[in-house]
Design a binder for this molecule. Structure first.
Ligand code: ZN
Length: 198
């Protein structure tokens, strides 16, 4: 990359470090940014900083939110005794989009992966267990059907079973290795309705 100036190289490097952006995309984005009007670039930069400074974890479910408690947890009409466990906020959004789930969520921010060195302590698991001290009737495990997702589901089920709380797993209508966020609403609902007790 010696053919570009130091500043452009730095920008390409930063962009390429983002997930899903390879070297070529990083170059394309970098040149696009350079060619944008300065005011627009400043607005984009400020938007990123603002998001970083103002977005935090919901105190209850650990999804990303602007408030102390997210809109789902703050909603008294939701069934707070039913907790759906998902890997990330995008999966939560996928289920929220169906408009049919009336319980609340718990966002793990990851999945257990011995291969990647992600252990139970690296995701929001003890936070989930702490929530069971309140009146919880059912924990629905909706982690992805990848190896990591299944490992996490097994782990959670073993952890919760002794507490007597009902543990269910969404049905395998969700394709193996499929990320929840890419699955259509009908499939998501079918997986939820067809959930089985672990
Ligand atoms: Zn919440």
């Amino acid at each position: 990359m010696e053919m570009y100036s130091g500043h452009i190289n730095k920008l390409i490097e930063e962009l390429a470090a983002l997930p899903g952006i390879g070297g070529k995309s990083a170059q394309r984005l970098a040149f696009h940014l350079i060619n944008m009007p300065e005011a627009k670039v400043k607005r984009l930069a400020q938007t990123i900083v603002d998001a970083k400074e103002n977005v935090r974890y919901c105190k209850e479910c650990y999804t990303l939110t602007d408030q102390d408690v997210c809109p789902v947890c703050a909603n008294a009409r939701r069934n707070h005794a039913q907790i759906m466990v998902v890997e990330n906020s995008r999966d939560l959004a996928a289920y929220e989009k169906t408009g049919k789930y009336e319980g609340v969520y718990h966002v793990l921010h990851g999945a257990i992966s011995p291969m990647l060195g992600v252990g139970p302590a690296d995701i929001k698991l003890k936070e989930l267990i702490a929530r069971l001290e309140k009146d919880v009737e059912e924990v629905i495990i909706a982690t992805n059907s990848s190896l990591e997702g299944e490992t996490t589901a097994m782990y959670i089920s073993k952890l919760i079973k002794p507490t007597g709380v009902k543990v269910t797993r969404i049905a395998s209508g969700v394709p193996v290795g499929g990320d929840l966020e890419y699955i259509d609403e009908v499939t998501l609902l079918r997986a939820l309705e067809g959930r089985i007790e672990l």
